[in-house]
Design a protein around this ligand. Structure first.
Ligand SMILES: [Zn+2]
Length: 274
């Protein structure tokens, strides 16, 4: 059971399928006596491994007090509707993402590129790529009522004070969460780490890469943390802020897209596996 720190877990056994490749994602789970906080809910069907994980940890779904959604994207919200239904949890999201989560406005298309897939190690032919675009454009999880409206700069009463960091680059209302008391950044989609290389950001999941890079730079200019947990891939567990500073120093951005140079080998002493 991946417990990074006492009471801070990344839920394993959840993956997204991109053109036949299974890519792991890691919803976060914070265990506290007054309730559990779940960060993101996986793709469609992601609620099942999340339920299993919570039960294996000795809790029930009734113990989930809050579900924080970091972006409306379907790989983060596929399990949201069933989990919101089957828990008494308050669903919390950034104010800019709420109309998307409640399906009051259409979701903007995501930039899906062959180059972005290549960075993930995925090769597709033109037919597969066309199918992927269709899937991406066509799928939206059911609407979910968001009860708690978040803003950048908010501090939630979780983990000794969980700070909401707003990023306008990845998607409307994308947030990361910073727990200074734990020295942990829940980075959501600000970067991707596959266990070997740090990708800042991952083009296929990012609306405006330039803005996402600027957000991460601003975070790294001001915050310190040992552990950074990206939603996609695996956590950086050692000197994470420093590793990300090193990685981002090589990132060049043009016309809203991160250019080659944004893939940096990590300096993790213990190589993680995906
Ligand atoms: Zn994502």
């Amino acid at each position: 059971m991946p417990e990074l720190l006492p009471g801070v877990h990344t839920i394993d056994g959840v993956a997204i399928d991109v053109a036949g490749a299974e890519l792991p994602v890691h919803p976060g789970l914070i265990l506290e006596p007054d309730g559990l906080t779940l960060i993101d809910t996986g793709p469609v069907g992601g609620d099942r491994p999340i339920r299993r994980y919570i039960e294996a940890a000795g809790f029930s779904l009734n113990d989930v007090a809050r579900i924080i959604v970091t972006t409306h994207h379907s790989d983060h919200t596929g399990g949201l509707a069933p989990l919101a239904r089957d828990t008494d949890a308050v669903v919390a999201a950034h104010v800019d993402g709420i109309p998307l989560l409640e399906r009051r406005v259409p979701a903007p298309a995501r930039p899906l590129s062959l180059e972005g897939l290549r960075l993930l190690g995925i090769t597709v032919d033109d037919n597969q790529f066309a199918l992927l675009r269709e899937w991406e454009a066509g799928y939206t999880p059911p609407a979910v009522k968001v009860v708690e409206e978040l803003h950048g700069g908010d501090t939630l009463p979780i983990a000794g004070g969980l700070q909401v960091l707003h990023d306008t680059g990845h998607s409307p209302g994308h947030i990361a969460l910073y727990a200074p008391a734990l020295s942990v950044l829940f980075a959501a989609d600000l970067f991707y780490y596959d266990g070997r290389e740090i990708h800042i950001p991952l083009p296929i999941f990012t609306q405006d890469a330039g803005q996402a890079v600027a957000t991460l730079r601003a975070i790294l200019d001001t915050l310190e943390f040992d552990i950074a947990i990206p939603y996609h891939g695996v956590p950086l567990r050692h000197n994470a802020a420093e590793q990300l500073r090193r990685a981002i120093s090589g990132v060049k951005v043009a016309a809203g897209q991160a250019l080659p140079g944004s893939v940096i080998p990590s300096a993790e002493p213990h190589r993680a596996t995906v």
